[in-house]
Design a protein around this ligand. Structure first.
Ligand code: AHM
Length: 332
């Protein structure tokens, strides 16, 4: 029988690969692992506790009922704040950056961006959701509070990124720029255990994932590409939770698209919290991620925290094929 390797053990082993590592990044990843376990516990009893629905309701005892995405947000902030390894965070659930006071006079080198619960419209109907995170080395002076510029770095500057998928099992997938590994939570021992080593995305696949309900609102080149996927008899899968949709593609091959629509002229998904971290993972696994206007996602400049981007991400051959459709059919 193979020996179980826990997330903590794996992270510590990997730290030894970096001769000058101070352990901060290692600590941060562990903090995120702890937050993921806490969030997982609540997600799993979402139907039992009064944590579903709107955040402005009150429960039987008059306490404010907390929406699960706000709960996840709070837990991530708590876990990252208390360890002193993180100079501050930017969350999809918060308007501005949240700088942390230093703990024991420690000057933290890193900041974290996250979407605490992606695909949250799925929670009330028991469908998979996820947490997405990215870690940047700060560029502001380490002896002061972190600054907005620390969080608006290009995705290519990420030092680590990952996601947690709360699905039929709970999986944490992350990369520090040296391949991608996945860990499944074993609920009997409460540990994430290495289950998917050196994940590599298939060069092509049988799945395409897009909200086809918006078909008529897409530009002509995207409609042509979607027609092509349909002509090839590819299987359409769209969960409406980006983490889940991309997770399938990472393992089985395919393409995920969220193009611009009439409603979302710049795309819907957030560059900083969603597109960059997932593009980092997919590129690390050998895939590609570009906008529907053909720029590499990780090269995009972010002007503000909640900036949106269009995205085509997944198996490299399929993203390239989509690129050809754009070049051929775009009137621009
Ligand atoms: P959220 O941050 O409100 O959960 O929205 C993000 C989600 C993605 O996970 C998903 O891919 C997309 O929104 C679905 O959007 P749509 O319902 O427009 O297809």
């Amino acid at each position: 029988m193979n020996r179980i390797v826990t997330l903590d053990e794996f992270i510590l082993r990997r730290q030894k690969d970096f001769p000058f590592a101070s352990g901060e990044l290692t600590g941060l990843l562990r903090d995120i692992g702890v937050a993921a376990k806490i969030v997982n516990r609540e997600v799993n009893k979402a139907g039992l506790l009064p944590i579903l629905g709107r955040a402005d309701r009150e429960n039987a005892t008059g306490d404010e009922v907390q929406k699960l995405d706000l709960y996840a947000n709070e837990k991530l902030i708590d876990c990252l704040k208390n360890s002193g390894e993180c100079a501050g965070v930017a969350s999809e659930e918060a308007e501005d950056i949240i700088p942390f006071p230093s703990v024991d006079g420690k000057a933290s080198k890193y900041v974290v961006v996250f979407d605490p619960l992606d695909g949250s419209s799925n929670i009330d109907v028991n469908v998979s959701v996820g947490t997405i995170f990215g870690i940047y080395r700060r560029i502001s002076a380490a002896d002061g509070p972190c600054q907005i510029g620390d969080f608006l770095q290009k995705g290519s500057e990420l030092v680590a990124a990952g996601y947690v998928l709360y699905g039929t099992s709970t999986l944490l997938v992350y990369s520090t720029g040296r391949g991608v590994n996945g860990f499944t939570l074993d609920p009997t021992i409460g540990e994430f255990c290495l289950s998917h080593r050196d994940i590599s995305i298939p060069a092509t696949g049988n799945y395409y994932s897009v909200n086809q309900g918006y078909y008529l609102k897409f530009d002509v080149e995207m409609r042509r590409y979607i027609d092509h996927c349909s002509d090839l008899n590819l299987r359409l899968r769209y969960i409406g939770s980006m983490v889940s949709d991309i997770h399938r593609i990472l393992f089985q091959g395919g393409i995920f698209l969220y193009p611009n629509t009439r409603k979302y002229a710049l795309g819907k998904l957030r560059l900083v919290y969603e597109c960059n971290p997932l593009s980092f993972i997919v590129e690390q696994a050998g895939g590609k991620a570009i906008t529907c206007q053909l720029e590499r996602i990780l090269d995009l400049e972010a002007d503000h925290l909640h900036q949106r981007a269009t995205i085509a991400i997944g198996s490299p051959d399929m993203v390239e094929e989509m690129r050809e459709f754009v070049l051929r059919y775009s009137p621009r």
